[in-house]
Design a protein around this ligand. Structure first.
Ligand code: SF4
Length: 308
């Protein structure tokens, strides 16, 4: 995969922090050397970095400016500069699907070419919708694992997701209820997304919590994931339904952190990917906020968990 790291902006700050997601950490030395040549002292974050919601706030205290690579802004933070990284790919996608009205979406690394993809597909006779979502996303068509607002009020018959993996494509299918095609431009592979197995699994996880009487509601300190008011509402609703509920605060949510806690199950208000992708790593069931509401009977169907 060819990454194109955007220009590092000229900054006057002396002490510069560098934060990279795991997939880009191998560029740390190259980036540090560039910055040092310009007279900066560089401190590199060794912490996790799952998204732009995951800013190294400790490092931020020790530097004048923090450069956060690989993601676009999801929350406004003073002294943090976001430097997106793009994957180079051919926007001429040979699509052969029956639907003619389609919405285009992608993850941040693939969004820069969506206008070109749109033009190409329109030249092939498709009607293409490409819209920007809420302020949590920065580019047209951009989706996050926790935000599909680029598809709000979509008039299309189907969605075309460009990127790697099926997580976001599945989220888009849940969000819209429409047919979603996932195209990986590096592998050159097009797949139709099926959410039936995912839904079955989620209802199974809800069923594991029936008659359980003690729930831990998890909140993360990460600036773009912190949903205290939602956690408080869920706790109060649980208590009204005679379920013991406490709020648990963590930075990274890992299974080990929950080992010694005495709860029967958990509700995760931190990154939704943990609930959907990592739930098997946890000994006790982990539900999304909506799934918990289904358990409490205040909601009747599963919606994808979104952070606006
Ligand atoms: S909360 Fe999760 S899905 Fe949303 S931006 Fe952060 S890492 Fe990505």
């Amino acid at each position: 995969v060819k990454f194109k790291i955007s220009e590092i902006p000229r900054i006057s700050a002396r002490k510069v922090g560098v934060q990279l997601p795991d997939g880009l950490k191998r560029y740390a030395v190259e980036i540090a050397q560039k910055l040092e040549k310009n007279g900066h002292e560089v401190l590199i974050s060794g912490e996790s970095c799952f998204g732009a919601c995951d800013i190294d706030l400790n490092l931020l205290q020790d530097v004048d400016v923090l450069l956060h690579f690989g993601h676009t802004k999801v929350v406004e933070l003073d002294r943090v500069i976001y430097i997106p990284v793009f994957v180079d790919y051919n926007p001429e996608i040979d699509l052969d699907i029956p639907e003619k009205k389609i919405s285009l979406i992608a993850t941040a690394q693939y969004c820069h070419k969506l206008p070109e993809v749109k033009r190409y597909l329109e030249g092939k006779g498709y009607l293409v919708e490409l819209k920007k979502g809420s302020s949590r996303v920065q580019m047209k068509g951009q989706v996050l694992g926790c935000n599909y607002t680029a598809l709000r009020d979509s008039q299309s018959e189907a969605i075309l997701f460009i990127g790697d993996g099926l997580f976001h494509a599945r989220g888009a299918a849940m969000y819209t209820g429409k047919k979603v095609y996932a195209f990986d431009p590096i592998a050159g592979k097009l797949e139709e997304v099926d959410v039936s197995g995912f839904l079955k699994e989620r209802y199974f996880q809800i069923s594991r919590c029936i008659d359980k009487k003690c729930v831990g509601i998890i909140v993360s300190y990460k600036p773009g994931q912190k949903r205290f008011s939602l956690a408080r509402k869920l706790r109060d609703e649980a208590i009204r339904m005679k379920i013991n509920a406490c709020i648990i605060c963590v930075d990274d949510l890992t299974p080990e952190k929950l080992y010694n806690l005495p709860f029967d199950f958990y509700v995760n208000t931190a990154c939704p990917r943990i609930t959907y992708d990592d739930f098997r790593n946890f000994r006790k069931p982990v539900l999304s906020p909506t799934e918990f509401k289904i358990l409490l009977e205040s909601e009747s169907e599963i919606f994808i968990d979104e952070i606006e």
